[in-house]
Design a protein around this ligand. Structure first.
Ligand SMILES: *Cc1c(COP(=O)(O)O)cnc(C)c1O
Length: 387
């Protein structure tokens, strides 16, 4: 079956005793051992029937061996980090999601795990960063917010050569556009709060592993740490995922339209969208099914940012992504506020940068909103000078 069909039918034909089209929400935390024998469900932290259908589905969608649903994207990352011990070292994408950076630098560092931030587009730099205690690569692609695309095939070739694990945060692309496990990665994680949920109403994280040994280790960690997804949220997430294919097609088409519109705008200096970088474009055309629904852009001057945000009528100024509604984020004060200013500047997350999560609205409404907000902010900032 093709992915569109798999998505639409998540949980269908699974409730065999009732024929319920949607898989029900099982709230029980304890399960009877009927005749002294476990049904496979004993206690809800270890496994839950509703969560199980979600975990089975994401494993199938990502073409992995096992899936795990966690209480948030960060909980999924923290669970995976349980694979590592004091003294271990990981190589990580440079302009990482701010919350992941904070977990690595302010929590896991205290446990003696070290991280090096490398531009993963530069395979030679990655190889040079490998130390004897390096255990894994942690990759976001495209990166957040600069949309740098990593060549996963080249990276996993290197990882295998040095016997490192490759962990990919696939939140931006989703399994609809990219399957990192097929390209040689060992673990995929998702903030399912974003595109997979798709409606800004469920906080969730997912993990998919390849290989039985790794799957068993992560199963042990999920059960031991206990940052699992509730049955209610498991249900909500599956409901969202059923329309992922439709939503991603519209997100992508709208993002591409807006990227081209912004590129021509005189108040915009630079647009970060994978299509505009020849290398990213080549990699995604070989390894993925499109450019995704995210883009960033730099306005000419930082003083345009505040009036621009205040003039927006269709876009909402908010700190998330991947939902049906278009959101605009100011990384310097929102998603990347915990990244020190000098590091932010160094990696290009400057005070003129805005990030757009392009929703599924009509493209002309989105374009007109950006156009009017840019024009009004120009009048507010330069109005008196130009007259
Ligand atoms: C949001 C996000 C996370 C964290 O996920 P939560 O569900 O908010 O805990 C991790 N990685 C990326 C790329 C994200 O966008």
């Amino acid at each position: 079956m093709r992915i569109e069909t798999k998505l639409a039918q998540i949980g269908t034909k699974k409730a065999r005793t009732t024929g319920s089209i949607n898989f029900p929400i099982y709230l029980a935390t304890a399960y009877e051992h009927i005749g002294g024998v476990s049904t496979g469900y004993d206690y809800a932290r270890s496994s839950n029937p509703t969560r199980h259908i979600l975990e089975e589905s994401i494993a199938m969608l990502e073409k992995g061996d096992a899936g795990f649903a966690c209480s948030s994207g960060m909980a999924a990352i923290q669970t995976i980090m349980g694979l590592f011990s004091q003294g271990d070292h990981l190589i990580v994408s440079m302009d990482l999601y701010g919350g992941t950076y904070r977990l690595f630098e302010q929590v896991l560092n205290r446990y003696g795990i070290q991280f090096s931030y490398v531009d993963l587009r530069d395979i030679k730099a990655v190889e040079e960063a490998i130390q004897p205690q390096t255990k894994a690569l942690f990759i976001e692609t495209p990166t957040n917010p600069l949309m740098h695309v990593t060549d996963l095939q080249a990276i996993t070739r290197l990882s295998k050569q040095y016997q490192l694990w490759t962990i990919v945060d696939n939140t931006f692309m989703t399994p609809y556009l990219l399957n990192p496990l097929e390209l040689g990665a060992n673990i995929v994680i998702h903030s399912a709060t974003k595109y997979l949920g798709g409606h800004n109403d469920v906080l969730a994280g997912l993990i998919v592993t390849k290989g039985d040994e790794l799957s068993e280790r992560v199963r042990f960690l999920q059960q031991s740490i206990g940052a699992t997804l509730s049955p209610m949220d498991s249900y909500l997430l599956m409901r969202g995922m059923k329309t992922l294919a439709l939503r991603m097609e519209r997100h992508q088409a709208n993002a591409q339209g807006l990227a081209h519109f912004l590129k021509e705008h005189p108040l915009v200096d630079e647009v970060f969208f994978p299509e505009f970088d020849p290398n990213s474009k080549r990699i995604l055309s070989e390894q993925a099914k499109g450019y995704g629904g995210m883009l960033s852009f730099r306005v000419k001057e930082a003083k345009l940012v505040q009036p621009f945000l205040e003039q927006l009528q269709v876009f909402t100024f908010a700190e998330s992504l991947g939902g049906v509604e278009s959101l605009l984020t100011y990384p310097a004060t929102q998603t990347h506020a915990d990244v020190p200013a000098d590091i932010r500047q160094k990696v290009g997350v400057c005070d003129r940068l805005l990030r757009v999560s392009v929703g599924v609205e009509h493209i002309e409404d989105l374009e007109q909103d950006l156009a009017q907000a840019l024009q009004r902010s120009e009048e507010i900032v330069y109005g008196s000078e130009s007259k």
